[in-house]
Ligand binder design. Sequence first.
Ligand code: SAH
Length: 466
Amino acid sequence: MFHVKQSEYPVRLGEVLDLTITGYTSEGQGVARVEGLAVFVRGAIRGETVRAKIVHLGHTAAYGDLLEVLVPSPHRVKPGCPAASRCGGCVFWHMDYEEELSAKSQRVLDALNRIGGANLEHVDIVPSPAVTGYRNKAQYPVAMEQGKAVAGFFRPRSHQVVDVGRCRIQGSAADRAKDVIVRWMREFHVPAYDEKTHKGLVRHIYVRTASATGQVMVCLVVNGDRIPQESTLVENLLKNVDNLGTVLLSIHKKPGNAVLGDKFVTLYGPGYLEDTLCGLQFRLSPRSFYQVNHDQAEQLYAGALEMAKLTGQERAVDLYCGTGTISLVLAKRVKEVIGVEIIEAAVADAWENARRNGIQNAAFRCADASKAAQDLAAEGKKPDVIVVDPPRKGVDEQVAEAMAEMAPEKIVYISCDPATLARDVKRLGERGYALKQVRAYDMFPRCAHVETAAVLQKKLPCEGEL
Ligand code: SAH
């Protein structure tokens, strides 16, 4: 970390510098050092020498715009997406997939060693089965540009919407639905929502596709209770989107950045989607979490449970269980499982999914993970294995504490943020758990995020760590 005032930085705003890139930030920018100060350059690759102009001085680093690549990396490629430089969604189009995987596994390794206090030499990363067209979920922000509705993605570090045309990492149904909705907005003068004035109607277009069935759910997020020309919109979607399963409105009248509102109104179909994952049937309500890369999620769940080396006799707890995906895969391999999830609709899905699959050894609780973990510990539950799959902020102190109190033999931690995973590995280490195995999974090709599965085991006296 750089500890001098910005006025004493060794670089100035507007200065043009030749830099050697030595690594990546967690957002995928190249990192160079100038007299100890980190300079972040979007679009630069490790090993390259680049010319960059300093455009921003941050609290601990400077930011440069890439002007020219002076010595290119052998991993540099022509971006496979024409919107790559304008769209803030992806960050790795300028490099081959091999380098992207290496950047991601390095990030997990660095986090676990630096923050987690581990002493790993290498972290394996499982490539995604598909690098394009893999996403089953799109959330397009909608805005007015010169009086016309547009939908797409935000520009890097901004809330300006860019119409990217065909998004390369989405399945094609999402873009088709988006185009139908934008045409309908333009034809009937339906205004997009303006986050500054809190006026206008359409906020986001949310589309989810079931990989196994191809069924599509289209959800329009609106700052109101109704939409004009509702039946025309549904008809147009039915005409243009193959396999349209359901259409909904999400009523969202509060200001702020949350994408979805709390209330849903079904305009067509059953109001949910159905998919098959790991050989099981799942009902998915619009609010319920579902991994965006179906085929990689199957590899992740199978891999994480294989790492847990189950015997079939275990009692398991699955914290942050969503619609019960992991719980139900687990239920087939353990004696019993209790899933915990905070979103009510997801818990209802989880019960229904257990029923649909004829699974009787799974139960679900709708609660905050920390409260539920404390309750389970207080009830004297002694699971043999606890699976946690928290959101990016990781598990909080009380969850770690309650997990340690339940004293399972193993904790399987599935994480979407290496930094919080590493923090929690340290916390659990202090409570008697040793990191035994780690594997990264590339769930989000071309994007900065990376998923990790880790197994922690109760330490025996005198036992070392990895
Ligand atoms: N294991 C599931 C879901 C993982 S995503 C799967 O793989 O499909 C994380 C889940 O944690 C989401 O469903 C989210 O709604 C839930 N969640 C977020 N905060 C929570 C909290 N404090 N307590 C319990 N669940 C929470």
